[in-house]
Write a protein that binds this ligand. Sequence first.
Ligand SMILES: C[S@@+](CC[C@H](N)C(=O)[O-])C[C@H]1O[C@@H](n2cnc3c(N)ncnc32)[C@H](O)[C@@H]1O
Length: 561
Amino acid sequence: MPTVSADITRMDAASGKTNLSTDVNGRPVPQHLNSAGCRIGYSEGKGRGVFASRPIDAYTVVEISPVLLFSSEEYEAHGKYTVLDQYTFRWRDGRMALALGLGSLFNHSQSPNVSYIIDTKTESIRYTTMRRIETGEELCIFYGHKLWFDVMNDGAGSGDVEEEEVDDGWGGLAGLNANERRSEIEDGSWAKSDAQSVDGREETFESLLERQIREFQGGGPDEVVPEEQLPFTRVKLTDDEEEEELSAVHTERAWVVDIPDARHITTMLKWLKASGLDTPSLSHLKRIRKVNAISTLMLTYTSLSPSCPALPADLPLSAPYILPVPSFAAITSTSLSLKNTFWPTMFAPRRKLAPELWTRGRARWACERMLKVVKEAEEAGRRDELPVAAYVPAPYDEETREASRMRREFVEYDRRRSACHPLRHAVMNVVRAVADYRASSSSDAPSPSPDTEPVPSPSMDLLSADSSSTMLPSPQSRNGSHYLLTSLTLFASHEPCVMCSMALLHSRVREVFYARRMPLTGGCGGLACVPALEGVNHRFGVNVWKGIVMEEEQVGEGLDA
Ligand SMILES: C[S@@+](CC[C@H](N)C(=O)[O-])C[C@H]1O[C@@H](n2cnc3c(N)ncnc32)[C@H](O)[C@@H]1O
């Protein structure tokens, strides 16, 4: 770890004023009155660098540097032929920027301990520690992948670092702020024709979403939108041929009960509906199986109800037991006969997980929700959190809203900074808020679990103000039949990381939409695609919004040669 071990500041005995600093080798270094504990020192093979003069906590803003902006013409004609070339980097609008203050002195590390966020509104850059930094340790940022020098002595940032912040190609999670440039739209002809700048300015992601909302306002809400005109791209999860052998059938464990007297079947089906156990996640299975005059009723997945649901006491039923049942509908006659050996399964000859049709009304609903989560992410950034948000709205269609008993919505943002807690990702926070709500007994306030403090939900107060739009969980929802995200949709500003994607899988979320891809950490197509993994017992739809700058492009906008 590069250090400045014995940095000495000499005091003038008579005046009491500090008048000279030298580093460990006696070389004079300029003083810097950085109140966060940063000082300038020499770093072996790198020239000057920024060092900690005392321990600095994780998630501390250590420097806010104003930037000097040069037009690209000025830079091309002059700047790039000067030493400035080693210090400037490309600003979002194409100008070149020079960070003042300590900003230009942070050296590069492949595993940085400082992240930075560009604030175009105030023309400044904010530098934040990503973990605790010890006295004498060098503070380094990540410049990008295209370096113009040989990397020296790259010890900074070693240790227990939050991977998502380190490796996303930015040295930190970039916001989706209003100056976000649109990328080339890969294949959307509708978008291409409109992709030009607005009033001579680049269209922001927010204004793109607002325009999409207006576009989907026209036409009938039930009109089907052609696939290529959807504002998002669906990630293909599986090959369609995979369940053509018995060993390839995906199954899940479910509670079932024999009904010895066939006259009680109708009563039990009614009870099932009223109890809330009749969830959409089981709609690919028939409820009753008849074998040798014995009727068996499927109750629910064990994952949704680890203990057996309490059955009506007044009916002569045998003891419930557990059976494996198919996880998905059958898409071919071969897979149907295989699946029926487990449990009677629906035949859905449309391709399994094939894209379902989207109407204009639903597309508009999705655009509005995406706009909301983007605004929440910006708000998080303004509150000095990582600018990441996740949002679980009430379902679009009435039927799912009723079946899921979910009439209110939840928004959470990332709280890793304020909570100093590495697991407080936006998605984890929102999953927990929904779970707490659904598991709560009598109020719609999330109930804290005993071992941790409740996750505060600043946005909830905005969302729950209208009590008519909320609904208390039914007593049945307490037995676990409706817990977590069964049949719900999640919108996220950033691709959920692998941990969050796994949490979403366990939560039985129906589908996920996100704006910014995270190629190095994402669990929904970036680093891995968790719902597409072999052997998982739930799959959820993954949809990437079109029109947001790709991470890779931004990496190239880091400090440039
Ligand atoms: C923005 S300046 C950083 C401050 C610089 N060290 C100084 O003394 O002014 C970028 C320059 O620092 C040097 N540098 C930064 N990180 C380095 C590293 N990991 N290894 C070697 N040189 C580095 C390179 O010469 C690079 O052109």
